[in-house]
Design a protein around this ligand. Structure first.
Ligand SMILES: Cc1ncc(COP(=O)(O)O)c(C=O)c1O
Length: 392
């Protein structure tokens, strides 16, 4: 996720970049910390935006990268045992009904595959997405996200939050035309400042979609692997998506990967009529790291999620006691925490002060987004929150 802002000219040489943090020249990262080239140490409450969910440079993953002795590359039309192992692992953790995996390099490609599958399977070309959402930077993903109209390549109707019973009625009005291939959304919208759909909305979503021949894609690229206090945010609801996208925290950042998990009939559609060829989708090194990481998460799941719960309560208790310029609105699930301070300029000022004092967090419009490592220790959490408190 990024916000378009200008940055100093010298930083723009050679590279094209969005965002306002290009003056942080990263030298290394360890655990909960990022170190810049001048040796400054920052507590990281962004964690690469839901990538380093269990801290940076985890020794087990580092060892795995260094010891990797598999093939440099596997041609996508061959088969490769670790591909099947990873697919089986992911399917085993995913919501019921998703039985096959498409390989992808990252979240945007996974989203593209979902859009492709939906169009091929339904023969329809329209989508419904949540207003101002973000699903990646490829043209299809931008089209269902908050991309500029100039780059929109598929037709999208936008559903305005709050996501409640009324939104379900508005959605039905749109789906009745029977021309919508899929509804795509994050089960908890990280990109909308931890927007939490009401249970009534989510419970009604699948029956409504299926009544009108529309598929449901849940995008777990940011929420996946424990961020919201469940392994997948979908688990907060009684909902079985037709497709689910994952990426970011699957490797903890040590390599790049993405995946689309689909129902059997959608897998068959893609195999018959679609194109799932991806030159670097599930590169052998990435797959090796992902298998190690996801196996570790699976083995330690209950302990890790209990810790997320405890740490989340500590964050919320501290944040409630802080004196912001105005009473903020707090929205959170697990360690996806949004502090809506109701003023964009103020949010930016607070984030800037935090940074000067050694804490990285993400200002998104009027929201300060806190995404610490899920296993952050209490002392580091306290240090970070003390900095935030001193910066309000
Ligand atoms: C919900 C969501 N979907 C998709 C993407 C795109 O993922 P990637 O940047 O790996 O292409 C992002 C990235 O921030 C995201 O937050």
């Amino acid at each position: 996720m990024h916000v378009a802002v200008s940055m100093p000219r010298s930083r723009k040489r050679y590279l094209v970049q969005n965002g306002g943090n290009a003056d942080i020249e990263v030298a290394r990262s360890r655990g909960n910390y990022v170190y810049d080239a001048r040796g400054r140490k920052y507590i990281d409450f962004i964690m690469g935006w839901c990538v380093g969910n269990f801290g940076w440079a985890r020794p087990a993953l580092r060892r795995r990268v260094h010891a990797f002795n598999g093939p440099d590359y596997v041609y996508p039309e061959y088969t490769y045992k670790p591909w099947r192992e990873l697919a089986q692992l992911l399917i085993g953790l995913a919501p019921e009904g998703l039985s096959r995996c498409c390989r992808a390099t990252g979240g945007s490609e996974a989203v593209e595959l979902a859009l492709q599958a939906a169009m091929l399977h339904t023969g329809r070309r329209k989508f419904v997405a949540i207003e101002d959402a973000y699903h990646g930077n490829t043209l299809g993903a931008l089209s269902v996200g908050d991309g500029d109209d100039a780059v929109r390549v598929v037709s999208v109707a936008r559903l305005k939050p709050p996501l409640d019973a009324d939104a379900l009625d508005r959605l039905e009005t749109r789906l009745k035309h029977r021309d919508v291939a899929a509804v795509i959304m994050e089960p908890i919208a990280m990109n909308l400042g931890v927007l939490i759909p009401e249970t009534e909305f989510m419970d009604g979503l699948v029956p409504l979609c299926h009544r009108y021949g529309t598929l449901l894609v849940l995008d777990e690229v940011a929420t996946g692997f424990g961020r919201t206090g469940k392994l997948f945010a979908t688990e907060y609801y009684d909902v079985q998506p037709d497709m689910m996208t994952i990426a970011k925290a699957a490797t903890g950042g040590a390599a790049g990967i993405g995946a689309l998990l689909v129902r059997e009939d959608l897998a068959e559609t893609l195999e018959q009529d679609g194109n799932v060829y991806s030159t670097f989708g599930w590169h052998p090194l990435s797959v090796d790291v992902a298998i190690a990481n996801v196996r570790w998460i699976k083995r330690n799941q209950s302990r890790l999620l209990r810790q997320v719960d405890r740490t989340s309560s500590y964050f919320v208790e501290r944040l409630r006691a802080m004196a912001f310029a105005e009473e903020p609105e707090l929205r959170w699930r697990g360690l996806a925490i949004a502090v809506d301070v109701r003023d964009e300029k103020y949010a930016k000022r607070v984030a800037k002060k935090c940074r000067a004092r050694g804490l990285l967090l993400d200002p998104q419009e009027s929201v300060l987004l806190l995404l610490p490592a899920l296993n952050v220790d209490r002392a580091t959490a306290k240090d970070g929150l003390d900095i935030l408190e001193a910066s309000t």
